[in-house]
Design a protein around this ligand. Structure first.
Ligand code: LIP
Length: 273
């Protein structure tokens, strides 16, 4: 990989580097799915594995050496200049609890963001916009990619959100983040929505829920208290697939409440405050 010393980062070169390291980390996850795993933090509704840290270090080394002007913000920590114009936003294993229980529904999520001088609808509250998104699910070998302004792709084929508009025909995913407060705030809406839709799904990976909406497998995905590294790549992939990625910052570092949907459903859905 040649070093990129110029200030600008070419999105295609960035995507290629992200895909390469996502595939390498994905191969590691496949090898370790049934191996014993060491957790360095366990709470009622969350597990953090040593492998999370190891995978983020692999991603950090690959991307910051190829693009030394960039920084990295990840679930397992930060690297580089926090004021950098470009930052990678990384969840090395999204769906860690699934992975820890050998459930093959987890992925590598890598986004490249750029600080924007002119905030717009795609700008996050700290002034960054996502320009490249890569989500790799290594167990089914499904690779989603998107570059801002271009089509989203699954294994190279262009994808698009569903056009279902009747809630009673829809599959909607709800995420239950890690805290009691999030669970208690979300459950009433779960009980309301479950009677209106075809099926509700709780799958345990925000990034994959977003790519499933982008692919038309789900019609919407809702979660509160979710972190930027869970949703940055999948959110761009969804938007490039014609979907709506509404989000609002909430209390907590890089925390959001969000509704991801096709264009027909947005007004029929809400996310608990
Ligand atoms: C997970 C998210 C999921 C959320 C979980 C957890 P992790 O990310 O993808 O949507 O409900 O609480 O935050 O921790 O597996 O990277």
């Amino acid at each position: 990989m040649t070093r990129k010393s110029e200030a600008q980062i070419n999105p295609k070169a960035a995507q290629a580097a992200a895909v390469d390291v996502a595939r390498r980390v994905g191969a590691l996850l496949r090898r370790h799915l049934h191996a014993s795993k060491h957790a360095h933090e366990v709470t009622q509704h969350d597990i953090k594995l040593d492998l999370d840290v190891r995978c983020q270090k692999i991603i950090e080394k690959a991307l910051l050496s190829a693009f030394p002007q960039s920084a990295l913000l990840g679930e397992e920590g930060v690297a580089g200049n926090p004021e950098a114009e470009y930052r990678w936003v990384v969840d090395p294993i999204d769906g860690t609890v699934n992975f820890a229980y050998t459930i093959p529904h987890a992925c590598v999520s890598i986004a490249l963001q750029r600080r924007t001088p002119e905030p717009g609808p795609a700008t996050f509250e700290d002034g960054y916009e996502t320009i490249v998104g890569v989500v790799y699910e290594p167990f089914s070998n499904e690779l989603w990619t998107a570059i801002c302004g271009n089509s989203a792709r699954l294994n190279g084929r262009i994808i698009h959100v569903s056009d279902r508009r009747r809630l009673d025909e829809c599959i909607i995913s709800i995420g239950f983040a890690k805290t009691r407060e999030n669970l208690e705030a979300t459950l009433p809406y779960f009980l309301e929505l479950v009677h209106k839709v075809r099926k509700l799904r709780i799958m345990g990976s925000a990034a994959l829920a977003l790519t499933y909406v982008a692919t038309g497998r789900f019609d919407a995905y809702i979660e509160r208290g979710i972190r930027l590294w869970d949703i940055a790549a999948g959110g761009l992939i969804l938007e490039c697939a014609g979907g709506v990625f509404w989000r609002e910052a909430v209390a907590g570092a890089h925390a959001y409440r969000m509704i991801a949907s096709n264009r027909m459903l947005r007004k029929q859905l809400r996310v608990p405050n």
